[in-house]
Design a protein around this ligand. Structure first.
Ligand code: GDP
Ligand code: MG
Length: 437
């Protein structure tokens, strides 16, 4: 599914120290493939990856996060944009405000009508009237009555009348006279898009002039959901989408495609058959779900918040002048530690969650490193070149470690220093990139 594919895409960047043209291109190739497989149209997928690339190349990678984590964050932001950015409200002003349901049979119109009425009554302090306009299936009218009874909401119907336009207009007049301030019109759907259905819904819409026309679609239907949305929108120009059955085995590819193709916001999602399983659609939450990596996103956000630009610039200078010492090293470790304990951090890395749960990792993996550095004299910390055998023995004893561990840390320090030096020099960066080609 889409989540697995994204995860695979980000794996390309695992172990890479920097974001480069090359590794970004690799990742985005995978991301684009994932989007296309999820029925996102070609142009949308292409534009998406171009935007992600531009953003990625412009970001500096913080020491505390990896390129793959940064990439996840950027993809997340762009997914949110692709789905409309912020949530959008339904329009229910008017006396009464009229909401019209459209969609294929089985998409969940009747269920959603009940959910919405319930939501408006209990959460928005409205007095809704439900209207049964499915004149082809008497059972559909009964279904709405059962829901209405259950919710304590009146249902308007007329089994003698065969014209849905007449039922709908009568219902609006009735609502006005009885003080209902919202009218929710449930209509008939068919198993496939056809002219008769389109004509009927278009006529109902024209007659009652709804403040909000919603298109209800089953999220499990994949590419069909997108085609149906386009057909309905071309004909009735709806205002918003209701994506139902998200509780099923779907990761929301339809959510991405529909918005990008018909350019109408998704306003609600259905997540179950029960009347309270209605949710306002939040693009951010859907992006979390699609990436399955909400934790990484918040990790990167935290890291970015805590990162101090000023400090970084100073450090950069010290690295270039070959002055990177144990104090800086300690500072870097503390920077990482600020973001949470190591177990938490590792749990946030895609694919690591399960592994970390079973293994008993010390909460403070940096304890020894810190102990060793703390056992150094200030002079030694500032001048790593002073280190010799007797000093090492003293430090090992003082920190409750041993010579091997001290040596290991010194090597880590030297490696880090070398890497930082290399990365801080643009000329070296170019050289490294050429080598990778
Ligand atoms: P309509 O023909 O468009 O009016 O569709 P219905 O409202 O009758 O729904 C068709 C079927 O889908 C019913 O069995 C509903 O219980 C079910 N359904 C509707 N919305 C959801 C949802 O969000 N999740 C799940 N799991 N089932 C739903
Ligand atoms: Mg129905």
């Amino acid at each position: 599914n889409l989540t697995d594919k994204f995860e695979r895409a980000f794996k390309v960047l695992k172990g890479q120290g920097q974001i480069t043209e090359i590794n970004v291109a690799e990742t985005l190739k995978e991301v684009r493939r994932a989007l296309l497989d999820a029925d996102v149209n070609f142009k949308t997928a292409k534009d998406f990856t171009v935007r992600v690339k531009d953003k990625a190349m412009g970001e500096n990678v913080l020491t505390a996060i990896s390129p793959s984590q940064l990439m996840i964050k950027i993809c997340h932001e762009e997914l949110v944009e692709l789905m409309g950015g912020n949530e959008s409200e339904i329009q229910i002003q008017g006396t009464p405000g009229v909401i019209l349901m459209s969609g294929l049979q089985g998409s969940g119109k009747t269920t959603f009508s009940g959910k919405l009425a319930n939501y408006l009554q209990t959460k928005k302090n409205k007095k809704p009237l439900l209207v049964a306009c499915d004149v082809y299936r008497p059972a559909a009218i009964d279904q709405l009555h059962v829901l209405g009874e259950q919710l304590g909401i009146e249902v308007y119907s007329n089994k003698e009348e065969k014209d849905p336009v007449k039922i709908a207009t009568d219902a609006v007049i009735y609502a006005r006279s009885k003080g209902f301030n919202v009218v929710i019109v449930d209509t008939a759907g068919r198993l496939a898009v056809d002219e008769a259905m389109m004509d009927e819904i278009a006529r109902v819409k024209k007659a009652i002039n709804p403040t909000e026309t919603l298109f209800v679609v089953d999220s499990m239907t994949g590419q069909d959901a997108v085609n149906t949305a386009k057909a309905f929108n071309d004909r009735i120009n709806f205002d918003g989408v209701v994506l139902t059955k998200l509780d099923g085995d779907t990761r929301g590819g339809a959510a991405l495609s529909i918005k990008s193709i018909v350019d109408k916001p998704i306003k609600f999602v259905g997540t179950g058959e029960k009347m309270d399983a209605l949710d306002v659609f939040y693009p951010k939450r859907m992006a979390d779900r699609i990436l399955g990596m909400g934790d990484v996103v918040s990790l990167v956000e935290r890291a970015q918040e805590q990162f101090n630009e000023e400090e970084a610039r100073k450090l950069q200078k010290r690295i270039q002048k070959d002055q990177f010492d144990f104090n800086d090293f300690l500072g870097q470790i503390q920077q990482i530690k600020k973001m949470g304990n190591v177990k938490d951090l590792m749990g946030m890395i895609p694919g690591m969650g399960k592994a970390v749960k079973d293994v008993d990792i010390q909460d403070d993996a940096f304890k020894h490193i810190e102990a060793i550095i703390f056992s150094m004299t200030p002079k030694e910390r500032a001048n790593p070149s002073l280190m010799n055998g007797t000093r090492k023995t003293r430090i090992a004893n003082g920190s409750g470690t041993n010579i091997q561990e001290v040596n290991k840390l010194l090597k880590q320090f030297e490696d880090t220093k070398k890497m930082m030096k290399m990365m801080s020099n643009p000329k070296n960066m170019m050289g490294m990139m050429k080598q990778m080609k």
